[in-house]
Design a protein around this ligand. Sequence first.
Ligand code: COA
Length: 257
Amino acid sequence: MNYNNIIIEEEDKIGRIIINRPEKLNALNKETIAELHDAFDELDQDEDIRVIIITGSGEKAFVAGADISEFADFDEKEGAELSRKGQELLFDFVENLSTPVIAAVNGFALGGGLELAMASHIRVASENAKMGLPEVSLGVIPGYGGTQRLSQLAGKGKAMEMIMTAGMISAEEAQEYGLVNTVVEKKELLPYCEKLAAKIVRNSGTAIAAAIAAVNASLKEGVNGFSVEIEQFGKCFGTDDFTEGTTAFLEKRKPRF
Ligand code: COA
């Protein structure tokens, strides 16, 4: 597929999605959100891709938020639709993808940018990264899952503080709050994420998909996560990967997933 606002690279079973609007600090306009949906879907369906890394192009930004110029004149109905559609097409879609997604946060991750990182399964930030949810400074609130996922990751108190102050935090603070897993030097960001991805690639893709579904279930309203774990655990026993993994262990060799 051809994309105007993103670049896709594939190597060693790792897919890389680079958001490529550096002149607008990779702000998420409608077209970019639609393209990201298609790109995640395409890589998820590709049997040769086992991990996806998402990052931003340019020196300054991962993503500086939703594109403000596109919604500045929206009314209530259009605002609600923007949020609903965005969550469905991109943010919930990424969180529930069967292929693991690593966000390589290479600079500003603001508003929808931080929301995209938080929807990803793992976050790694470079030392220069700055994160925040500045929406209340624009008279609106985070609408791509930010009020929910920030509370889940950093706790309700920190979420309230970050949202109400609309301020930015450093990569170190983000790690302290549990918002990112690791902080690395800027030049080490992609190599680190690739090493992490390579460790994931060695394991069973079907088991990892089951683990994503089970872990996500712990935070879903009205869903019993323990029941989902039992169901997903059972399903693993019917997979070729389970046969290969257990056989390889008993034969004292490495599994070939
Ligand atoms: N939506 C639309 N355009 C954006 C944008 C966004 N969220 N963030 C940055 N841009 C654009 C700027 O308008 C500017 O475009 P221009 O050159 O055509 O004027 C360009 O990207 C560069 O941004 P600029 O503000 O000049 O860079 P900076 O280094 O001075 O400041 C930020 C960087 C991130 C602090 C600043 O761009 C900013 O506050 N952006 C908005 C963040 C935000 O509120 N996001 C949440 C949206 S809900």
